[in-house]
Design a protein around this ligand. Structure first.
Ligand code: GDP
Ligand code: MG
Length: 184
């Protein structure tokens, strides 16, 4: 079964762990602790595809993320908090690090604005413009309200399936392509 490695990047407090927890377990914790966390968790998407989500356990506070984090990643999810301009500005650095350490040619990425349930400091237009400029797909979610997360993962899975290497692997594995499923 193909397993996609998705790396979750973004500043501390942007809601990376909350997005992962909502997607994998369907839960949200208002008082989530950013220092203790699962390093990665798996989800069986549809019996044909497995996703492993790589979340940091607070290391992002110390800017100690290096190449090993991005190694063999199929996708990177750049998360920022729409209620924090600072978290939006820090995307630039995350993006630069991914370009320095990640395998940009063999992976895909998405920018995710989280916490749409809160008062905004960053407009959708501004964040979308930044993403377009970097040739990245943009979408918004609320981990708290479980709004948009499934859609983001669908988009990401589609993007990963379109990667040249994954494509050939998928073609070999799929005897009968199931085309009536919406996104998977
Ligand atoms: P991380 O450091 O990027 O992993 O961020 P966390 O997932 O630990 O979230 C940081 C804080 O933001 C926690 O108090 C979460 O409860 C809160 N949070 C995360 N997502 C949302 C959201 O969509 N809406 C609101 N209102 N709070 C959120
Ligand atoms: Mg976290």
């Amino acid at each position: 079964m193909p397993t996609y490695k998705v790396v979750v990047a973004g500043s501390a407090g942007s809601g990376k762990t909350s997005i992962v927890n909502q997607y994998i377990y369907g839960t949200f914790d208002e008082y989530s602790q950013s220092t203790i966390g699962i390093e990665f968790s798996h989800k069986d998407v549809d019996g044909e595809t497995k996703i492993s989500l790589w979340d940091t356990a607070g290391q992002e506070r110390f800017k100690s993320m290096t190449g090993s984090y991005y190694r063999n990643a199929h996708a990177v999810m750049f998360v920022y908090d729409v209620s924090s301009r600072e978290s939006f500005y820090s995307l630039e650095q995350w993006w630069r690090e991914y370009n320095a350490y990640g395998n940009v040619q063999k992976s895909t990425a998405i920018v995710v604005g989280n916490k749409t349930d809160l008062q905004r400091e960053v407009s959708e237009e501004e964040a979308r413009a930044w993403s377009v400029q970097k040739s990245l797909v943009y979408d918004e979610v609320s981990a708290k309200n479980n709004d948009g997360i499934e859609r983001v993962m669908c988009t990401l899975i589609r993007q990963m399936r379109a990667l040249p290497e994954v494509k050939s692997e998928t073609v070999r594995l799929q005897a009968e392509p199931n085309s009536d499923r919406c996104c998977y």
